[in-house]
Design a protein around this ligand. Structure first.
Ligand code: ZN
Length: 277
């Protein structure tokens, strides 16, 4: 049974926790799982039946007891985000027995925000379920972690073809510029990467796929195993280093390092792997 089914069956037998932490890499399905779990908890029949008034409100995105804090924030701050988000947490709902509050990218909460959440976790409001989503639980207070049910979601296999045409074009442009001998084009590549918001992780995934494919290509006689683009301009050692460099960049950005600087360094290091070409 997967994580979500386990949580759902526990909830159906009356075991719902006050707070959960759904953790997993950016391409895991933790957000979808949280939304689905909320649908179950809010459904009149506790089954996400799809036909009760609660399920219909969920489907139309207008359920008054489903709250999600999600956006392109660098930092989740107490006054701007947390306080308004939880302003009605103490009020019981005229609609349902349960209220669900989801915080996406919970690791972006600053320490004031985390401390205020901690207070709520220490004195749970009855019939309120809080779900924190994160790629990086190390950035959450240990005291928060100790008060939530931790659920880990695995990375989903990505398929290059599933990315939007726009993003694919942007990716090929960026790769061409990383490989270019012209410094001005490499600067442009770094700016194009750090300028991404929602698609930043997707772009890093695509870049990683590109070098991983190149690495696999050096060691396999079966090219049909490789899905998506690759480069012939780099050695196997270079491709392996590239995969690692992208991992490090991803980690730095997740840990709130300067995005522009991280992209600059990554492009420079990737370019250097090409030797003299
Ligand atoms: Zn329902």
């Amino acid at each position: 049974m997967d994580v979500l089914s386990t949580l759902i069956s526990a909830a159906q037998s009356g075991h719902t926790a006050h707070a959960y932490l759904f953790e997993g890499p950016s391409n895991s399905k933790k957000k979808e799982a949280a939304e689905k779990f909320a649908s179950f908890l809010l459904c009149r029949n506790l089954s996400a039946c799809g036909s009760c008034d609660s399920c219909i409100m969920m489907k139309s995105g207008s359920h008054p007891d489903y709250h999600i804090l999600s956006g392109d924030y660098d930092t989740i701050k107490i006054r701007e985000h947390i306080a308004p988000f939880f302003s009605d947490i103490q009020m019981s709902s005229p609609y349902s027995n349960t209220k669900v509050y989801i915080i996406d990218e919970a690791h972006k909460m600053n320490s004031a925000s985390q401390n205020s959440i901690l207070k709520t976790l220490e004195e749970p409001v009855s019939n309120v379920v809080i779900i924190l989503l994160t790629e990086n639980s190390e950035m959450l207070l240990p005291t928060i972690i100790s008060r939530v049910i931790r659920c880990t979601f695995p990375a989903e296999e990505t398929d290059f073809e599933n990315f939007s045409q726009d993003l694919k074009e942007k990716f090929f442009d960026i790769v061409k510029n990383i490989e270019s001998p012209k410094a001005s084009l490499r600067i442009k590549a770094a700016a194009d990467i750090s300028g991404q918001k929602e698609d930043l992780n997707n772009l890093l995934d695509m870049l990683q796929m590109y070098y991983r494919n190149s690495l696999v290509a050096k060691y396999t006689s079966r090219p049909m195993l490789i899905k998506g683009p690759k480069t012939d301009k780099i050695s196997a050692e270079g491709a392996a280093s590239a995969v690692k460099i992208i991992d490090e960049t991803r980690f730095a950005i997740k840990s709130n390092a300067n995005k522009h600087l991280a992209a600059d360094v990554m492009v420079m290091e990737l370019h250097d792997l090409y030797g003299n070409t």
